[in-house]
Design a protein around this ligand. Structure first.
Ligand SMILES: [Zn+2]
Length: 276
């Protein structure tokens, strides 16, 4: 039956969970979009004044890491811009608008045709991170801050540069907040029904983040350098009876999943197969 193929595609079969410690090696900032208490550009803080690392920021950074790595893995990344990337994908709003009547006709032919159209017209990166016509398979929780009640916020000076002369424009000074180096968060990422392609993208990104990358604002000034450590991999394969029983009977979310062992040993063979 055609519809059972779609139902099978929606059923949870496998979940993979990455837990890690993210350490900022330099000062960093994720802007609040508002003035800070003592500066022009504030950082994002919770009600108790502790710095926040939103899951959406982590997901955005992981997306750009995967976009940069996709060509080396022989995978397609639309960069949300079909004209610039040459990859046609429903996430490019302009391209999708032009294709809407084709998509609507697929929808009118039933769920199987709709599913096939989405599958065909979604790039490898958007299959993982989602698009306007497809839910994401990957979810990031907000980072959990380690350590004391307050991570100190520092204020730095910036100057507005004149675009032509590259010298400071007279009188145009501003200051901005950063969070001090050494701040560490526990981060958790969940991936549902990952394909080999999803795992290759995620694995390659984890190798890069373990070596070091940058996150947040003003990275061109050296802010936001971070690395991952204590990376652990957990998962469940619901087709495995023992893992299924464990998943369904243990109430604690932390103990439902099975330890997948070394993340390098898990991802390396997948990457070896993926690299063209
Ligand atoms: Zn795409």
């Amino acid at each position: 039956m055609a519809s059972s193929t779609v139902a099978d595609g929606l059923r949870l079969r496998e979940r993979l969970q990455v837990r890690a410690r993210l350490v900022f090696d330099t000062a960093w900032r994720i802007g609040s979009g508002r003035e800070g208490p003592t500066s022009d550009l504030g950082v994002l803080l919770d009600a108790a004044g502790r710095p926040l690392l939103p899951g959406s920021s982590l997901k955005g950074k992981l997306r750009s890491t995967c976009e940069a790595l996709a060509p080396a893995l022989g995978l397609r990344a639309c960069l949300l811009n079909a004209a610039a990337s040459g990859v046609f994908c429903a996430s490019d709003v302009g391209w999708y608008k032009q294709q809407r009547s084709v998509y609507q006709s697929a929808v009118s032919q039933g769920i199987e045709a709709q599913w096939a159209w989405i599958e065909q017209n979604t790039c490898d990166v958007c299959k993982l991170f989602g698009s306007p016509v497809r839910a994401a398979r990957l979810r990031f929780s907000d980072g959990l801050l380690e350590g004391g009640p307050l991570a100190p916020v520092q204020v730095r000076d910036g100057v507005v540069l004149d675009r032509d002369s590259h010298t400071a424009a007279a009188g145009l000074k501003y200051d901005y907040e950063t969070v001090v180096a050494g701040t560490a968060f526990r981060i958790t990422l969940d991936l549902e029904n990952p394909t080999e392609t999803d795992k290759a993208l995620l694995g390659a990104a984890l190798f890069e983040w373990a070596a070091g990358s940058s996150l947040g604002g003003f990275t061109s000034r050296g802010l936001g350098r971070f690395h991952l450590e204590e990376i652990r991999l957990w998962g469940v394969n619901l087709d495995d009876p023992q893992e299924r029983i464990r998943y369904l009977t243990i109430p604690s979310p932390d103990e439902k999943l099975t330890d997948r062992g070394s993340w390098q040993a898990y991802f390396q063979p997948i990457l070896d197969r993926a690299v063209p």
